[in-house]
Design a protein around this ligand. Structure first.
Ligand code: ZN
Length: 272
């Protein structure tokens, strides 16, 4: 039985909670499962489903949690389709609420990125790398390597699907010293980039970012975060450009609507 345990449930804004989870290692087929993320004000009962998924690992729940005096709990129910057997994960309590100051910093960061007139951000697509799941069909078990360098199912990650569905986020592609307040700037290689994100979407090394302005993919090398009492405020990404022959460019073929979605994200701000 595949199960999923919630690893974090933390506020990322005034009315947004980011929930992330991990699947148990299993050789079973994910397609035989359906998972439900559920929320309740009590740890034992009253759960309602807020998100149904098959292999995602995070979700942003929109709820004005600060109005709620009691705690919030999340759990994941896994149901195997072929047997109808289901199992619940341990309830995970919403982690400590951010203080007002932290919320205000995040609110200002988001305005800085998205403001109609003075915004310095641009919509980009973030693809989180899959690290768990069945091996891709291109994987040669005997030789312990892939049979092709241009697999359009795993895009070189060797795990089926390769990356999770893209998340559109706002980023500043060339943050200046003042914005990122890092004393050690140092010399950058010509193909390197520093990218500023607010606290969502969450990035990790080896994730890839697509910037539609340059039609360019970047791979994340390093993530530096700034926190206030455990509450993430922003992320500074060190990334390098991938040349256009790289296999991840095939992701654009898998999500043909992505470029349109990115430009309508931009227009929605302009016309706001
Ligand atoms: Zn593959």
């Amino acid at each position: 039985m595949i199960s999923a345990e919630i690893t974090r449930a933390r506020p990322i804004g005034q009315d947004e909670i980011l929930i992330s989870w991990k699947f148990s290692q299993s050789l079973e087929d994910f397609r035989d499962y359906i998972f439900e993320l559920q929320r309740s004000e009590s740890s034992d009962s009253g759960y309602t489903t807020v998100f149904q998924f098959n292999h995602d690992t995070q979700y942003v729940d929109t709820i004005w949690y600060r109005k709620i005096w009691r705690s919030l709990f999340y759990r994941i129910v896994a149901t195997q389709r072929s047997t109808s057997i289901s199992a619940e994960s341990t309830p995970h309590k919403l982690e400590s609420l951010p203080n007002l100051e932290a919320l205000e910093i995040v609110r200002r960061n988001n305005i800085l990125l998205k403001n109609k007139r003075h915004g310095i951000g641009t919509p980009v697509a973030v693809f989180n790398l899959k690290t768990l799941g069945p091996k891709c069909l291109c994987w040669d078990v005997d030789k312990q390597r892939s049979r092709t360098s241009r697999c359009d199912d795993c895009f070189g990650s060797h795990i089926e699907g390769g990356y999770y569905a893209p998340i559109i986020g706002w980023a500043n592609m060339t943050p200046d010293h003042k914005l990122i307040q890092l004393p050690q700037w140092g010399e950058m290689e010509p193909n390197e980039a520093r990218i500023f994100f607010s606290n969502y979407p969450c990035l990790n090394p080896k994730d890839v970012i697509f910037n539609p302005d340059k039609m360019m993919f970047y791979t994340v090398e390093k993530v530096e975060t700034s926190e206030r009492r455990g509450f993430m405020l922003h992320q500074i990404i060190s990334a390098s450009c991938l040349d256009r022959g790289h296999v991840v460019y095939l992701l654009l073929g898998k999500y043909p609507e992505l470029i349109n979605e990115l430009s309508s994200a931009r227009d929605s701000i302009r016309n706001a």
